[in-house]
Design a protein around this ligand. Structure first.
Ligand code: PEP
Ligand code: MG
Length: 579
């Protein structure tokens, strides 16, 4: 693994560029397993991002006579980096082009260049001056917070590129391959992946990262197969051919070429079939299952409305306000919620009340310092000490509903008890809204029948349900195999919840990442789940998978997975039944 620390590594000894690893030792077929993220199969040689260089902590002073030359060296390096980025920007489109152009401008930003020049004139070598200046400016930006702080990652990327240029090392980040390739890395940063061309980078595989990691998000956007948390991936050198199976979560090193090509062909046929699916969601024998989209604002809802998604199964309202210092007014909230309702006019929209806290803190929610924020005051619990926050949000949703003539459902996150469900339902009903709750805590799944006495529907958040069932942080890359929604322990709780809903004829949806996995989606339907809500890009794959199986087969698959003892066995059991 290339583990750099800024303090300890000298630039002169940097050589952890995995592109240069020997390929001769890897000829035997070996299957590595990880966590599947985006379905599809790709077979191509491995490329790896170049190592990120670091500046040494101490460096001998440059003799005074050489300092002007050292300043010129710095300026030339910054100019070369900017030029290369501008060139890439010119060949990219959309957001990727913008990201690259912004990074190019930063590479020649006067603020850090003048500071670095001053340092060189005082005796620092260029690479030391770059590290010092960018550290100073990054520090100031971090303190300024919000959007300013977001620039820090870009600045550090610039630093790495300039340092590499000064040291005569290859440009850090993802190389542009000459042939379609599989990008393998420990993990991927936004700057590494801006402008990735899915015709050249045909799959992603990483050693770290969970199903909700940055890598996973990029892969979904690009629509390329992706597997994360792959044990043993670091040992696979650049140049070796691998087959990534994003449905099974495997990376086969040096597979049989003919078999791999056959698997790729089959996956392409599947992709073509998926692209033709237009909804509505139903199994092959006509059992209706609403296939919905998860959105976080009006723009995402408008984009989702262009897909076959039949509605919105999860509107994560807290994501609209992550940058806000103060609580938005009722009018402002109503306008934002109204945008989503308008995008799906006349269709189902489920609005979740603020799920602030833990990995999504909101400045105005009044979080206190907690030792274990994921087990602390998050989700609906915020309203216990701050009831007005929930009341004003419900008022805003009701106002948006009235203004748009819609009838949205509302649900509370992180419900643990029947009483919490009862209180929430009473408040939602007082605003004329249809109440439901999320099932994300094992206790709520176990008592789903009692919770259903109070609410009109349930929606299972498998991301948190997996986290709390398996006692494994969903943000931890090391524990990604535990937070896999295929864990039979998690699926048993899902099955219990769905059964409780079916017993009283109330809808039970799934809106966690599990609903984005086409195979698992069929299993969930077999358990009795009535709707599936996933990232809009996952909707056609889920819909097409359902259309290819009967309800009876889904039920058989559901029965077999809950009898298994591991996530891998659960997947195999489902595959055996559903094909
Ligand atoms: C979940 O926990 O599965 C869920 C949908 O909520 P979030 O991912 O926003 O916590
Ligand atoms: Mg959740």
């Amino acid at each position: 693994m290339c583990g750099f620390t800024l303090e300890s590594v000298d630039l002169s000894i940097l050589s952890c560029n995995l592109n240069h690893m020997s390929t001769s030792s890897v000829t035997e077929t070996q299957v590595l397993t990880g966590v599947p993220v985006v379905a599809g199969v790709a077979y191509a040689p491995v490329i790896r991002p170049g190592a990120r260089p670091t500046a040494p902590v101490s460096a001998a002073d440059v003799p005074e006579a050489d300092r002007p030359g050292e300043v010129d060296r710095l300026k030339a390096a910054a100019a070369a980096v900017a030029e290369r980025l501008r060139d890439r920007a010119a060949h990219a489109t959309g957001v990727a082009s913008e990201v690259l152009a912004t990074t190019a401008a930063l590479a020649q930003d006067r603020a850090w260049l003048l500071d670095a020049e001053k340092r060189i004139k005082a005796g620092s070598p260029a690479h030391h001056a770059v590290g010092g200046s960018i550290a100073k400016i990054s520090d100031a930006l971090s303190k300024a917070g919000d959007l300013m702080a977001e620039r820090v990652t870009d600045l550090r990327d610039v630093r790495d590129r300039v340092l590499a240029q000064l040291a005569g090392l290859p440009e850090p980040g993802v190389p542009v391959p000459d042939v379609p390739s599989v990008l393998c890395a420990e993990d991927l940063a936004p700057a590494d992946t801006a402008g990735l061309d899915p015709t050249l980078v045909v799959a992603l595989a990483t050693t770290l990262g969970g199903p909700t990691s940055h890598t996973a998000i990029i892969a979904r956007q690009l629509g390329i197969p992706c597997v994360v948390a792959v044990a043993g991936l670091d040992a696979v050198p650049a140049g070796v051919k691998v087959m990534v199976n994003g449905a099974l979560g495997t990376v086969t090193v040096s597979p049989d070429a003919e078999q791999a090509q056959h698997a790729v062909g089959k996956a392409r046929e599947d992709a073509a079939r998926i692209a033709q699916w237009t909804g509505p969601g139903a199994t092959a024998d006509g059992h209706a299952v609403a296939v919905l989209a998860n959105v976080q604002d009006g723009a995402a809802a408008r984009a989702a409305s262009q897909t076959p998604a039949e509605g919105v199964g999860l509107f994560r309202t807290e994501l609209c306000f992550l940058n806000r210092d103060t609580e938005p007014t009722v009018d402002e909230q109503a306008r934002i919620y109204g945008e989503v309702l308008t995008a799906f006019e006349g269709r189902k929209v489920v609005i979740r009340t603020l799920d602030a806290g833990s990995d999504k803190p909101l400045k105005f929610a009044g979080h206190t310092d907690e030792a274990n924020p994921a087990l602390g005051v998050r989700g609906v619990r915020i309203s216990f000490g701050n009831p007005g926050l929930l009341t004003r949000q419900l008022e805003s949703i009701a106002a948006a509903a009235q203004a748009t003539g819609s009838d949205p459902w509302v649900m509370a996150p992180m419900i643990a008890t029947g009483d919490e469900a009862k209180n929430f339902a009473a408040q939602a009903r007082s605003f004329g809204l249809t109440p439901g709750v999320m099932i994300e805590i094992p206790a709520a799944a176990l008592l789903a029948d009692r919770i259903l006495e109070h609410v009109d529907f349930l929606s299972i958040g498998t991301n948190d349900l997996a986290q709390y069932t398996m006692a494994a942080d969903r943000m931890s890359a090391e524990l990604a195999t535990l937070t896999d929604p295929w864990q039979p322990g998690v699926l048993t709780l899902v099955a219990m919840t769905a059964k409780a809903g079916a017993a009283v004829g109330k809808p039970v949806g799934v809106c966690g990442e599990a609903a984005a996995d086409p195979l698992l989606a069929c299993v969930l339907v077999g358990m009795g789940v009535t709707s599936l809500s996933a990232a809009a890009t996952a909707v056609p794959g889920v819909g097409a998978a359902l259309a290819g199986v009967t309800l009876e087969r889904c039920r058989a698959a559901a029965q077999s997975v809950v009898q298994t003892a591991s996530a891998a066995d659960a997947r195999s059991a489902a595959l055996a039944v559903l094909g």
